[in-house]
Design a protein around this ligand. Sequence first.
Ligand SMILES: Cc1cc2nc3c(=O)[nH]c(=O)nc-3n(C[C@H](O)[C@H](O)[C@H](O)COP(=O)(O)O)c2cc1C
Length: 171
Amino acid sequence: MNQVMEALLKRRSIRAFQEKPIPREEIEQIVEAGRYAPSGMGRQTWKFTVVTNREKIQRLATAIEKVLGRENYDMYAPEVLIIPSNEKTSKFGKEDNACALENIFLAAYSFGIGSVWINQLQDICDEPQIRAILDEFEIPADHVVYGMAALGYPAADPKQPNKVGQVHFVQ
Ligand SMILES: Cc1cc2nc3c(=O)[nH]c(=O)nc-3n(C[C@H](O)[C@H](O)[C@H](O)COP(=O)(O)O)c2cc1C
């Protein structure tokens, strides 16, 4: 199996991370993989915000916790949070950002770094306590966050998928 296929088949969502920094050079390459993802009509109306400060990541998690009424929410306490955002009016923003996130997950896997999609922001970006943090992170006010990538070295073996989609070849 070639390395790309191996990454595609073996990457799994990781939800427990070690407290171990990720080298800056690897973070930069992982974001680069996101930037090179396909985007509808090549518009690239996205921005990638990289948060490497665990206290700031937790502040965002706590704001999400409050807005959604969850308990002990920490987004799995990742080492790094990559926040792709996109113009609210972009026709393909959601799809573009999903492609970018998958590139990010696969690039992370290639460095032995675990990742998981964090979905909670998309409906609550404009809640004042969330937007205040997005403003602080310099995410444009006309952007929405459809999903984020939590990254860190895995602290546990991932679960294997219990189901994968069906395939049917038509001859
Ligand atoms: C649109 C989308 C939203 C997701 N949201 C979350 C999330 O908020 N939290 C989480 O732990 N995993 C989330 N996931 C990860 C999925 O649960 C995971 O990909 C799925 O269970 C398959 O497992 P695997 O990634 O290990 O193959 C999300 C995945 C997608 C594609």
